[in-house]
Design a protein around this ligand. Sequence first.
Ligand SMILES: NC(=O)c1ccc[n+]([C@@H]2O[C@H](COP(=O)([O-])OP(=O)(O)OC[C@H]3O[C@@H](n4cnc5c(N)ncnc54)[C@H](O)[C@@H]3O)[C@@H](O)[C@H]2O)c1
Length: 439
Amino acid sequence: MTRELERAIADKSAKVGVIGLGYVGLPLIRAFIGAGFRTMGFDVDQAKVDRLMAGQSYIGHIPSEWIAECVGDGRFEPTADMSRLAEADVLLICVPTPLSESRDPDLCYVEDTTRSIARTLRPGQLVALESTTYPGTTRDVMLPILAESGLTVGEDYFLAYSPEREDPGNPDFSAEGIPKVVGGIDPESCRLAEMLYRHAVVKVVTVSSCEVAETCKILENTYRSINIAMVNELKVLMDRLGIDVWEVIDAAKTKPFGFQAFYPGPGLGGHCIPIDPFYLSWVARKSGTPTRFIELAGEINTAMPRHVVRRLVEALNDAGKPLRGSKVCVLGVAYKKDVDDPRESPSFVLMDLLGAGGAELSYHDPYIPKMPKVRNHDLPDLQSSELTAEFLAGLDCLLIATDHSSCDYDFIVRHAPLVVDTRNATKNVVEGREKICKA
Ligand SMILES: NC(=O)c1ccc[n+]([C@@H]2O[C@H](COP(=O)([O-])OP(=O)(O)OC[C@H]3O[C@@H](n4cnc5c(N)ncnc54)[C@H](O)[C@@H]3O)[C@@H](O)[C@H]2O)c1
């Protein structure tokens, strides 16, 4: 079976199936099509499949024309029919790995997908998990389910883990330009996975096991979470000392070694940084080895929206206004700049807190025209407001939660009476700086 699959990967006749066509899966399809492979895309969400079949993209940086072209000429076949999983030679899993209500790992999507694969698994298939997860998932969760097929891993079929490192909205890196770490359940699985990914990405880094590859991804995200927490904590201190934390970071990053800049913000958002470290702390608790750094970073980052609202209330107070009844517009509900992804956005917490304090809320986001429905948040039913001179002048405060590049910050500061800036988006604004409160 190895030889056949090896040949198909080498001559690119292998059909690459991607399961989960979201922010990670769709760019991965693009990387493999770019490398010359035919692809199938599997998703349980029929609405997504229908849109793709109609040549429509739902991810900002993937153009609809490209989808239409690839679906049209058969290089990309989207389907919701999981009984067709055996048609692909390679199955790359990009399904969500969220936290449960009790903030423990929720692997239900990975387990469901693995069960679907096990039902149709055939000799000669390579399966690789890309979803972020805790060390041991591929071996302890996936392998036993796949074993129910009666096939033998490393002989009949192959199993690997290769974490996705997609950075949506970053124009400098697309999926194919980011090195990929690969660990196999056995040496043969690792070798075949390496062969495959080498076609599609700039560099493949193999490691000795799935566990190393799984931990590598969580280390990367934990590193970000902890460093962001550190600068968030320093921001609160420097606010009190009257020192601009962004100026301090810009000065520190002129050191050519031993320092990497991280920036404070209104709290953590997105599908990765606020969630992934808790996958590791869950494993740590199970093994009786607490990870205090992770818990502390979580506490500090979670407290940031309250700090921002406190600063906003102080700034309104300085202008003789109470929060209750004040018109506050939140700029940005996407969790980071230049993307349309609102998952885990701290803007929702900010809006909850401001709404509870009696503020009259509006929002602006060039990428999110209508306020999404979000679990655990009681958000007003709003449309994105246009930031006209009249609208801005009628506000009591504009709160910058996301520093989208397309916003005109000179214009905003010129017309709004007060601007609370959590991202240093107004750093180049010259006129009206007395109206800016950094928070
Ligand atoms: N978004 C990022 O920037 C990013 C970066 C690196 C890693 N990751 C990781 O990649 C994984 C996927 O994240 P995402 O942002 O692409 O999520 P997403 O929600 O955008 O997409 C996941 C897709 O999987 C589909 N799905 C769910 N269950 C399925 C099943 N059983 N079979 C088939 N399809 C199924 C969903 O309908 C959805 O379309 C997560 O583990 C995440 O942590 C995400």
